[in-house]
Design a protein around this ligand. Structure first.
Ligand SMILES: Nc1ncnc2c1ncn2[C@@H]1O[C@H](COP(=O)(O)OP(=O)(O)O)[C@@H](O)[C@H]1O
Ligand SMILES: [Mg+2]
Length: 306
C-alpha cells in the first residue's frame, strides 16, 4: 500500500486539536511537522498557486444563508460531471457545511508528506474544517489562529492526482478570512451569490467591492432562491422580491448574470441529505441550472481537462 493510503495513527488530527497544539499559532490544525513541508512564513503571506491545482474559484456573498455552500457544492459536482477533476475546499472554519452536503465525516488521513488527504464523494475531492473538529463543537479561534488554519487548509492538502478546478466555499462577510484568502492564493475569479432580497443584494454589492479592491476578477452573479413554483397550483411566487435589483447590479458593475436558481424544497432537502441536486436529481431543471453556470464559469476562466 502506498504511504499516502496507509492508515495513519489513530485520529491524530482530532486529538492534536484538543491538546496544547491549539495554543500554538504556527500550526492550529496540529499537522505533524516534517522536514519536507516548508515552515509557515511569518508576517504577511505571499500570493502563490495552490499546488497541483490548475484553476481556483471562490463562491462568495457577504451575507450568510443565501446559498453559497449549496451553490459551491453543486458547482463542484457539475464540474465533475462535465469531466473535470474537481475539488471543493470549505474555508468556513466557524460554520463548515461541506461535510453535511457531501455526507462525509471521517477524520482525514495524513499523507507521507504530512498533508491532509481529502475525502471524496460523487467524484469530488473535499476538505473541510468540519472533518477536523467534533461536529457539535464550536471553533472559538480568532485572529492569528484562524488565519493560520485557513493558510493550512489552502496549502497543506494533498489533492490526489491534481485538480483541474478547486471551488472555495467562502464564509460570509468581507473580513479576515476572505482577505487572507485573496492575499494568499492566485484566484482565477469569484462567483457572487445573492437572493433577490434587498438586504442580500446590498451585501452582495459589498462583496463585489471587496473583490474589486483586491483585484480578483468577478466571474458573475448567481441569483439563488428567486422564484418558488407552487407544486399545487404551479403558479410562480417571487418570495424574496423581483429579480430587478440583481439584474441592475449586474449592469452597473458590468457583471455577467450567471444563472437563476429557483427556491425549491428539493434543493434544500438534497443538501441536508448529503446528496446535492446535481447528483440527486441529475436530469432536473434545477441541476441543469447548476451545470449551465459551471459551463459559463469554465469558459470564463479557460478551464481545461488534463
Ligand atoms: N435554491 C434553494 N432552494 C431551497 N433551499 C435552498 C436553496 N439554496 C439554499 N437553500 C437552503 O438555504 C439554507 C442556506 O444555504 P447555505 O448554502 O448553507 O447558505 P450559505 O452558505 O450562504 O450560508 C440551507 O438550508 C440550504 O439548504
Ligand atoms: Mg455556507
Amino acid at each position: 500500500m502506498p504511504p499516502a493510503m496507509r492508515p495513519q495513527p489513530s485520529i491524530s488530527i482530532r486529538r492534536f486539536l484538543h491538546t496544547t497544539r491549539v495554543l500554538c499559532h504556527e500550526n492550529p490544525l496540529g499537522l505533524p511537522r516534517a522536514g519536507t513541508i516548508p515552515r509557515m512564513q511569518r508576517g504577511l503571506p505571499q500570493k502563490r498557486k495552490i499546488k497541483d491545482v490548475a484553476k481556483v474559484i471562490a463562491v462568495s456573498s457577504a451575507k450568510g444563508g443565501v446559498g453559497k455552500s449549496t451553490v459551491a457544492a453543486n458547482l463542484a459536482l457539475a464540474f465533475a460531471r462535465l469531466g473535470y477533476r474537481s475539488g471543493i475546499l470549505d474555508t468556513d472554519v466557524f460554520g463548515p457545511s461541506i461535510p453535511t452536503l457531501f455526507n462525509l465525516s471521517d477524520a482525514p488521513r495524513l499523507s507521507d508528506q504530512n498533508q491532509l488527504v481529502p475525502l471524496t464523494n460523487y467524484g469530488v475531492q473535499t476538505m473541510s474544517m468540519g472533518y477536523l473538529v467534533d461536529p457539535s463543537a464550536a471553533v472559538i479561534w480568532r485572529g492569528p489562529m484562524l488565519l493560520k488554519a485557513v493558510q493550512q487548509l489552502l496549502h497543506e492538502v494533498a489533492w490526489s492526482g491534481g485538480l483541474d478546478i478547486l471551488v472555495l466555499d467562502l464564509p460570509p462577510g468581507t473580513g479576515d478570512t476572505q482577505l487572507s484568502i485573496t492575499q494568499q492564493i492566485v484566484l482565477d475569479g469569484a462567483v457572487i451569490v445573492t437572493t433577490p432580497h434587498t438586504l442580500a443584494v446590498r451585501d452582495a454589492v459589498k462583496g463585489i467591492d471587496m473583490f474589486n479592491k483586491v483585484s480578483v476578477p468577478i466571474l458573475g452573479l448567481v441569483q439563488n432562491m428567486s422564484v418558488f413554483r407552487c407544486p399545487h397550483c404551479h403558479g410562480d411566487s417571487a418570495v424574496f422580491g423581483s429579480s430587478d435589483q440583481v439584474k441592475k447590479v449586474c449592469e452597473e458593475h458590468e457583471m455577467e448574470f450567471l444563472g437563476d436558481v429557483p427556491l425549491h424544497p428539493n434543493i434544500g432537502e438534497d443538501g441536508s441529505g448529503g446528496k446535492p441536486t446535481v447528483v440527486a436529481e441529475p436530469e432536473s431543471e434545477r441541476a441543469k441550472v447548476f451545470l449551465d453556470i459551471a459551463a459559463k464559469v469554465g469558459a470564463r476562466i479557460g478551464l481545461e481537462q488534463h
